[in-house]
Design a binder for this molecule. Structure first.
Ligand code: SF4
Length: 358
């Protein structure tokens, strides 16, 4: 494969691709529980967490019920890196990771001696499955002089093949640091974030080779509908995650990771925000800035290829029910082969050290 991004048309959405569609088609519908059923599950989970010396770690995009339970039990609600970092510092011997599979793997890589459980092992990510190790490794082999920088949303194998792992919060800084040293870069897997970094740093196309991956949720945000919404709420600021298409990022007032979006909402003077990222973040946004108003950025609505637009269908597979079952029976444990974990830890540690020093 050569410079993967050029091989696809911009009109070809990732969610239309067969390899993603086959995963999406396997997602079961979740039937909502009654308030009483939710409360029963919550109290049983709280008891099990104590009994098993376990901590609950949830991503911002999971069901607000899970985020609230993580807060209530002094676990953690965060982005993928902070989830893993919290897990490695936690005295708990078991971590229940609510999110998608690469998050469980990252937690295991950072905490190899802990038991890592997940409500489901079927929850994946279009960025992860769109970057299979065999083809990605072959692509890297074709460009042996390039530094390989991968996003956290990748498998343990892809992380182990990389020189650097980054999150959206520090992606621009790390790539800038490498370009300043005269390095050329392979960026994977999110092409929108890669293009955003290219533009932000004024890098030449040849300086950063982009892998052709995208997030099915962020890719659905549409410029025309966003502009229409902005006419309705001219006083609102637009906050966008950099996995969104460049046209969205160009009109955003602030672009950043989930944590940076929350900080922007708290610190910016506006009282109203149009938010282009997964709807799960509204739980923390409303807690962090209760006096402000948040409006979901529009997607292509009924035409959306993502099953539950503005919400990641894989994040939505985490429920109180399967969390309880996993904790009770110790099922859905994440395993990362020891040597692979050590290799993947090298680029992860580089990121942690970089963050500490910058
Ligand atoms: S929201 Fe997008 S990037 Fe996040 S897990 Fe879902 S598919 Fe992956």
């Amino acid at each position: 494969m050569n410079k993967g991004e050029n091989q696809s048309s911009d009109l070809e959405l990732i969610a239309d691709k067969v390899f993603v569609r086959q995963y999406l088609d396997k997602i079961p519908e979740n039937l909502p529980l009654s308030e009483q059923e939710n409360a029963d599950y919550e109290s049983k989970i709280i008891a099990l967490l104590a009994e098993k010396n376990a901590a609950l770690v949830a991503h911002y995009y999971t069901d607000p019920l899970l985020q609230a339970l993580a807060d209530k039990t002094l676990g953690c609600v965060a982005d993928s890196l902070e989830m893993a970092r919290f897990g490695s510092n936690s005295p708990a011997s078991t971590l229940m990771v609510c999110g998608v599979k690469f998050m469980g793997e990252t937690a295991k890589i950072l905490s190899p001696d802990k038991t890592i459980l997940m409500p489901t092992l079927e929850a994946t990510c279009s960025l992860d499955i769109g970057c299979p190790i065999e083809t990605f490794s072959a692509f890297c082999d074709q460009h042996p002089k390039h530094k390989v920088v991968v996003y956290a949303n990748t498998s343990a194998e892809v992380k182990a093949r990389a020189d650097w792992v980054v999150t959206s919060a520090i992606a621009v800084d790390v790539v800038e640091h490498l370009l300043d040293q005269g390095e050329k870069i392979i960026w994977a897997p999110d092409k929108h974030l890669g293009r955003y970094i290219q533009n932000k740093l004024g890098a030449e196309d040849d300086d950063i080779l982009l892998w052709d991956g995208a997030c099915i949720v962020h890719e659905e945000f549409k410029l025309k509908a966003l502009e229409d919404m902005k006419h309705l709420y001219p006083e609102a600021a637009i906050l966008a995650h950099p996995e969104s298409p460049l046209a969205i990022l160009d009109v955003a007032d602030a672009v950043g990771s989930t944590s940076q979006i929350i900080n922007a909402a708290v610190n910016r003077p506006e009282k109203k925000f149009i938010v282009a990222t997964d709807a799960g973040i509204f739980y923390k946004l409303q807690l962090a800035a209760p006096e402000k108003e948040f409006i979901m950025a529009p997607t292509s609505g009924d035409g959306a290829t993502c099953r539950s637009c503005s919400h990641c269908p894989w994040m939505g597979m985490n429920t109180l029910q399967n969390l309880y079952e996993s904790l009770l029976h110790g099922t859905n444990e994440i395993h990362v082969e020891v040597e692979l974990g050590k290799q993947a830890m090298v680029p992860l540690q580089r990121m942690l050290d970089f963050k500490k020093n910058n």
